[in-house]
Design a protein around this ligand. Sequence first.
Ligand SMILES: NC(=O)c1ccc[n+]([C@@H]2O[C@H](COP(=O)([O-])OP(=O)(O)OC[C@H]3O[C@@H](n4cnc5c(N)ncnc54)[C@H](OP(=O)(O)O)[C@@H]3O)[C@@H](O)[C@H]2O)c1
Length: 290
Amino acid sequence: MKAAVLHEIGGVPRYEDFPDPVAGDGEVVIDVRAVAVETVDKRIAAGTHYASRNYTAQLPAIPAFDGVGTLPDGTLVGFGNPRLPYGALAEKTVVPEGSYVPVAEGIDPATATVLGTAITAMSARTAAGFVPGETVLVQGATGVAGRLAVKVSRLLGAGRVVATGRDDDRLRSLGADAVINTAVLDDVLAQAYLDAKGDGYDVVLDYLWGRPTEILLRSLVPKTFAFPKPTRLVQIGESAGAGLDLAAESLRTSGVEIYGAARGLDPRSMNEAYGQIVAWTQPGSSPSTW
Ligand SMILES: NC(=O)c1ccc[n+]([C@@H]2O[C@H](COP(=O)([O-])OP(=O)(O)OC[C@H]3O[C@@H](n4cnc5c(N)ncnc54)[C@H](OP(=O)(O)O)[C@@H]3O)[C@@H](O)[C@H]2O)c1
């Protein structure tokens, strides 16, 4: 088969021949139809993601760990978790039985594979226990994952959605209730977070980390003794920085709780989340019952 093959960490995958995968016990071979190359795939291949180590041990290997393809019986599915050295960027890959969910008729494979990125936004529910009516702040809402997060927040029943980014035109196009441009001076940004928070941010879906999140967390520290409404922040990405300076009082007095996006996720709940996202794309789909 043909595949994009990575020969060295930090190298560029080469389009070349690679042995066809053979399914072992409890595995199934998938005919790949579409793959969205995500930031995480690029970082793994570049050697800047912790999962790069798995690849180093298996080179040459095929990048990308999810996509859309067909099962041996022709069913179109979204799949994940290929067995290394097989990845999704190939004509065929091999995954554990059940590591896939059917794609509803009428969705083309290219669209279906990008929808996988929306699973990150479902962490509002799985990691942070979001309930309908709550206010969601999406940090990095002009990116691929963030734009989907704005839509998912609405579909989950958010009462209010606040979106941040660096481009005013793209921010306005998101349909959020309030937008914040993070490319401003620190004190202006801190004030913008306060002005937009309404009754308070219940859940933050954070694709940025770094400077904007540091300023957000500082802005949530009350100015007087108070019992603020807790904000549950879900750490998903790090487009603005890998670290931040977290003041002790940010946790002590602001009621902020910080979770990782993987909290509450396992293969079954990921499949369920993806199934709900795909269901939302269907005409006449109802709000979340997930
Ligand atoms: N954990 C997961 O399962 C998962 C899945 C998908 C994504 N992610 C992570 O989520 C993050 C976003 O992914 P993506 O695919 O949406 O990336 P993307 O399309 O490149 O979007 C990046 C977002 O971050 C903003 N941004 C970039 N650099 C910034 C900076 N220095 N300061 C402030 N804002 C900045 C961008 O604003 P502009 O629009 O102005 O450039 C945009 O809103 C990445 O870290 C990615 O690895 C994680």
